[in-house]
Design a protein around this ligand. Structure first.
Ligand SMILES: *[C@@H]1O[C@H](CO)[C@@H](O)[C@H](O)[C@H]1NC(C)=O
Ligand SMILES: *[C@@H]1O[C@H](CO)[C@@H](O)[C@H](O)[C@H]1NC(C)=O
Ligand SMILES: *[C@@H]1O[C@H](CO)[C@@H](O)[C@H](O)[C@H]1NC(C)=O
Length: 429
């Protein structure tokens, strides 16, 4: 205790040659160097002089770097941590080291790395993270490393890398990414293209190779054959009736999102009603319309919005509460696409108001299952299509018209959105 207090005083007064007991500290060429390598350490020892600029903790047995691990030494410029047993680097472990230029974390067991640590390291020039167990790197991981010249990520477990991962590294001249088990799907094609075009030196290109799929195992990325890849596109259509049966209140509105893209995009629905927002990962029901495991069912085992694997969204009890904007979003490794439709309810002759508060009224076009509005509500763009569902009285002429919209026929109600405004009439009451 007495010793510790003395030590503290020494540090505070900037007098002493304070140094943690297992380490040796010295000044050389204007640098304050603390050498704690090969000491069997299991934690970063306390008691460094605050002006340490170089700290070696290589070849110890550190199991993790907790937040604040280096807060005693904020002026560090070089930190050597290779050959430890580090699995986890917590948020805030390295972030205070805004002066750091060289960081060696290679030959550890890191699988859990808080990438936010790098966002403050704008002076960093050398980053060695090779020979660890990293499985992924977020796209924005390197966004602040404007001074980084050398990056080593070889011998990890990276399956893929997001396009643009290296784009913020404007000073980069050396990159090692060989010996990772890359999954050679569409998501990696950019890396081949980028590696061929960049002026960054990338050694051992033959060892930047595919591990999967099986047919490409061992193929160097530079010799990857062209893959059939395309970003998603979507086309949103709708149908007033599922089966052409008589249309009545609580009818089924069917939206269909036709998705294109390779690899097959993931589909997601976003529903904005006056009552709130609903996000649905498609599918949420099986082919029978019953909720898939893990999806909370609404009534009778069927969710309020049924998203089928084939891209259809059925709203079985369409009513005033279901008015709103329906968007389908398709995403794959190459990008995403979205299409929206705005659905509103109306009464014949009286018109109505859509969820955005815009007034409209309509007129029936003789002999057609849909009705164009005399244009008071215009879509404000291709993403703002308006579908107006017109609740008419029973026995009205409209009923006969729409009842013909069966699935076997060229359903007049199944229209490509992106046209004018549409009224759908249905018999009710
Ligand atoms: C670091 O501080 C010590 C006193 O604690 C001083 O003797 C030394 O010169 C300083 N070194 C550097 C590089 O500033
Ligand atoms: C970032 O680095 C600066 C020193 O350059 C430091 O003062 C600051 O506290 C650091 N920020 C975080 C979040 O640690
Ligand atoms: C998708 O599947 C559902 C349930 O089987 C069906 O009702 C719907 O008509 C299908 N959509 C298309 C476009 O085939």
């Amino acid at each position: 205790m007495q010793e510790l207090r003395l030590l503290c005083w020494a540090v505070l007064l900037g007098l002493g040659q304070a140094c943690p007991e297992p380490c040796s500290c010295e000044e050389k060429f204007g640098f304050q160097i603390a050498d704690c390598a090969y000491r069997d350490l299991e934690a970063v020892p306390p008691g460094f002089p605050a002006n340490v600029t170089t700290l070696s903790l290589s070849a110890n047995r550190l199991p993790a770097l907790p937040g604040g691990a280096f807060e005693e030494v904020p002026l560090l410029q070089s930190l050597w941590l290779a050959h430890n047993e580090i699995r986890t680097v917590a948020a805030g472990a390295l972030a205070p080291l805004g002066h750091l230029k060289s960081l060696d974390l290679s030959h550890n067991l890191i699988s859990d790395f808080a990438w936010s640590n790098l966002h403050n390291l704008s002076a960093l020039q050398l980053l060695k993270m090779d020979s660890n167990e990293l499985t992924s790197i977020p796209r924005s991981a390197f966004r602040s490393l404007r001074s980084l010249r050398s990056l080593q990520l070889n011998h990890n477990r990276l399956h893929s890398l997001a396009e643009g991962t290296f784009a913020p590294l404007i000073a980069l001249s050396h990159l090692q990414i060989n010996d990772n088990p890359f999954d050679c799907t569409c998501g990696i094609v950019w890396l081949k293209t980028w590696a061929l075009a960049t002026s960054v030196s990338i050694p051992e290109q033959d060892n930047i190779a595919c591990t999967s799929p099986h047919v490409l195992k061992g193929t160097p990325l530079s010799r990857l054959p062209p893959l059939p890849c395309s970003a998603p596109s979507v086309q949103l259509t709708y149908q007033p009736s599922q089966d052409g049966a008589e249309l009545r209140p609580g009818f089924v509105l069917a939206l269909h999102c036709a998705v294109d893209g390779q690899p097959e995009p993931q589909l997601h629905w976003h529903v904005q009603t006056p009552g709130g927002t609903v996000d649905i990962d498609s599918p949420n029901v099986g082919a029978d319309g019953r909720a898939l495991p893990g999806v909370p069912p609404a009534t009778g085992g069927r969710p309020r919005f049924q998203a089928f694997a084939n891209g259809s969204l059925l709203i079985p009890e369409f009513g005033k509460l279901e008015e709103g904007t329906y968007s389908c979003l398709a995403t794959n490794e190459l990008g995403s696409a979205e299409s929206s439709v705005n659905v509103a309810l109306a009464t014949p002759g009286e018109g109505g108001e859509d969820a955005l508060g815009r007034r409209f009224h309509g007129q029936a076009t003789e002999g057609k299952g849909c009705y164009t509005v005399d244009n008071e509500v215009q879509p404000s763009g291709p993403e703002d299509n308006v579908v107006i569902i017109y609740l008419s009285r029973a026995g009205g002429p409209e009923a006969a018209v729409v009842a013909g919209a069966g699935p076997g026929q060229q359903a007049p109600g199944l229209l490509l959105l992106g046209q004018s405004l549409l009224f759908l009439f249905l018999a009710s009451f």
